[in-house]
Design a protein around this ligand. Structure first.
Ligand code: F0G
Length: 347
């Protein structure tokens, strides 16, 4: 069952909306076995969004945006992307036999995300500028031509993405004390906050979480309070200098009593290895920025150890393994039999 079928009554679905799905959503909420206890946290869980059909949380919002686009008679989908949105848009376009046009910053998206968009059959357009310029271009295109813009400025994307908050509450029986997630274009933090508030109003959860956002130091416009003209970070998914949902992010932060802070590329790459080798969970660099931030907050005593925290792992590590590979031991060479191998391994 996809998110439209599962959460239909909470979504802007009518009898005319087609039931699009790739069985997105219903991702596991994995209890930390090692990292949480090592930090001294009572309860740490990972919402493993990398297990969505195209490997990121984007599918939740995309399925609703595409269903509504079909309902409204659109034939062409268009988006700007740092990679994951383009993969998701391309997949659902293929599913619905629509045309997808994706505009990406040349040379700045992970190869596996580009491969997805190409294989799903999207028209991939590379521009010389960054994501912010790509978004500007597609917004202008959508203003003037009959194409459906499926970036998170499309409110249906936010509607679909809020279902992840529902799933967390449905699994835990209440909202967590802290929800920690990466912030790029800021649609996701906006969507989670909307989801938690809606469930709270319906009495499905007793508490509302503090929303904690992680940006990368070289791409931290919300932390700095101004646009970053030339964003830089190893976490290419969140390499964004002028987030479209800036206000949604600051509202989520302020209304929830949360915070948005930046972590360095070094902290991100360390967190990626810590998560993979410490829990058996492989997430892409942007997705581990929250773990890097949480580690700092717990050490500084800014998160109570008896709290329940959920980290959103937004995208699969298989999307972008290159950056991580530089920091792990290469495979050992074996030229010989099992005894030679045992010697090498010091068994
Ligand atoms: N994590 C991953 C893996 C992402 O791909 C993105 C955004 C984010 C976090 C940040 O989410 O933008 O809602 O604040 N990726 C977009 C894209 C920009 O084009 O794929 P956000």
């Amino acid at each position: 069952m996809g998110v439209i079928a599962r959460y239909r009554e909470h979504l802007p679905i009518t009898e005319r909306t087609p039931l699009v799905d790739l069985n997105e959503g219903s991702t596991p909420l994995v209890e930390s076995r090692n990292l949480g206890p090592a930090l001294g946290l009572k309860r740490l869980l990972f919402k493993y969004e990398g297990l969505n059909p195209t490997g990121s949380f984007k599918d939740r919002g995309m399925v609703v945006a595409v269903a509504k686009a079909v309902e409204e008679g659109a034939k062409v989908l268009v988006c700007a992307s740092t990679g994951n949105t383009s993969a998701s848009a391309a997949a659902y376009a293929a599913r619905m036999r629509m045309r997808a046009i994706v505009v990406i910053p040349a040379g700045q998206i992970a190869l596996n995300k580009l491969s997805q968009a190409l294989l799903y059959g999207a028209k991939v357009v590379q521009i010389k500028g960054n994501f912010d310029a790509a978004l500007q271009t597609v917004r202008e295109l959508a203003d003037r031509y009959p194409v459906a813009l499926v970036n998170s400025v499309n409110p249906y994307r936010i509607e679909g993405q809020k279902t992840a908050a529902f799933e967390i509450v449905d699994a835990l029986g209440d909202a967590p004390d802290y929800l920690v997630l990466p912030v790029g274009n800021a649609g996701n933090i906006t969507a989670y906050w909307k989801g938690f508030r809606e469930y709270h109003e319906l009495g499905r959860c007793r508490i509302l979480p503090r929303m904690v956002g992680a940006q990368a130091e070289g791409a931290a416009p919300i932390v700095l309070g101004h646009v970053v003209e030339d964003p830089r970070t190893v976490a290419t998914a969140i390499k964004i200098g002028n987030p479209a949902s800036w206000e949604g992010a600051t509202s989520a932060r302020d209304e929830s009593g949360g915070l948005i802070e930046a972590v360095s590329d070094t902290e991100i790459l360390q967190a990626q290895i810590a998560l993979a080798s410490g829990e058996g969970l492989f997430a892409e660099p942007a997705s581990v920025a929250p773990l890097a931030l949480l580690t700092r907050l717990v050490r500084d005593g800014r998160i109570e150890r008896d709290s329940t925290t959920v980290i959103v792992l937004t995208g699969s590590g298989l999307k972008d393994p290159d950056a991580a590979l530089a920091n792990v031991e290469p495979p050992v060479e074996l030229d010989g039999d099992a005894r030679t191998l045992a010697k090498i391994l010091k068994l």
